[in-house]
Design a protein around this ligand. Structure first.
Ligand SMILES: C[S@@+](CC[C@H](N)C(=O)[O-])C[C@H]1O[C@@H](n2cnc3c(N)ncnc32)[C@H](O)[C@@H]1O
Length: 274
């Protein structure tokens, strides 16, 4: 069961309930792809990579259809992606929340959980990751979901290459630091570099939707956003299988309203002079 509850607003009813496919036990053997991950054309070259299903990732592998409903069609994940990918039902929910836009950006795209769902809804998606292996996985997985052609893949560091991308919205999960994040009672926004991500993100798109750990300090997030000229529009708690799973933070850049304020101030000034 997937439920989202508005954390800031008055006690609203859960907005969406989507039954998740039940998953059975399966073989621990590696999944092998038919596609060459280094090629844009799936039929061009022979296979060069395999999914990483180890003892550590088996727990996540058992929930593979929650991560990707088409997992058994050949989706590939490395160890880190098994625990960091955004589950499909949530990635789809996040995409639907973007409204009427054309270009969506995920600057920390990983193996493609978010970008695939964004590409199903929008004309164009820009997918960036600092790790070239992740881009290969995201390319491969987007081919399985038949959205490869809508995605522009870039290997690079968001903080140094942000000036090369522009979009209407950023939808992303920054690095949470692995499953260990669960052992800390509260995570501050600075621990995840959210200040830096939002400050740079604002220059790329006016709207930012962040998928964050369940134990993120929400009050600190509100304070931090105020300090960097961004506004938190909404915070949602995400429940999966009745357990608190993660947090969604909807942020909007204040630049536009600041510009409007300046224009209004100038008009007032001119009227006063006259
Ligand atoms: C939590 S994962 C993203 C998962 C993704 N949303 C999904 O659903 O598959 C975060 C990703 O950020 C990437 N990353 C970390 N630092 C980065 C940077 N400075 N620029 C771009 N990508 C970065 C990591 O390689 C990792 O793949």
């Amino acid at each position: 069961m997937f439920v989202v509850v508005d954390w800031l607003g008055p006690s609203r009813r859960p907005e969406e309930r989507t039954p998740l496919e039940s998953v059975g036990d399966g073989p621990t053997a590696n999944v092998v792809s038919d596609h060459d991950l280094t090629s844009a054309d799936p039929e061009e070259k022979p296979f060069t990579a395999k999914a990483d299903t180890t003892e550590k990732t088996f727990k996540y592998w058992k929930k593979r259809l929650t991560l990707f409903s088409m997992f058994d069609k050949g989706v590939l994940l490395d160890e880190e992606s098994f625990y960091s990918v955004c589950p499909e039902v949530l990635a789809s929910y996040m995409a639907k929340k973007c409204g009427n836009i054309k270009v969506a950006v995920d600057p920390f795209c990983g193996a493609g959980g978010n970008v695939i769902q964004l590409a199903k809804m929008f004309d164009k998606v820009i997918a960036m990751d600092i790790d070239p292996e992740k881009i290969l996985l995201a390319k491969h997985n987007s081919i399985i979901y038949e959205v490869f052609n809508k995605i522009e893949f870039i290997v690079g560091d968001f903080f140094t290459m942000a000036n090369q991308i522009k979009g209407d919205v950023i939808v992303t999960s920054p690095l949470w630091g692995g499953p260990d994040y669960n052992e800390t009672p509260v995570i501050g926004p600075l621990q995840l570099s959210l200040d830096k991500i939002l400050a740079v993100g604002k220059t790329v798109a006016p709207k930012i939707l962040l998928h964050l750990p369940k134990n993120i300090d929400k009050f600190e997030c509100l304070k931090m956003c105020n300090g960097i000229g961004a506004e938190v529009r909404k915070v949602e708690n995400v429940f999966m299988d009745r357990y608190l799973n993660s947090t969604l933070l909807y942020v909007r850049s204040n630049n536009v309203s600041y510009k409007l304020l300046c224009i209004a101030y100038l008009i007032n000034l001119i009227l006063d002079i006259n």
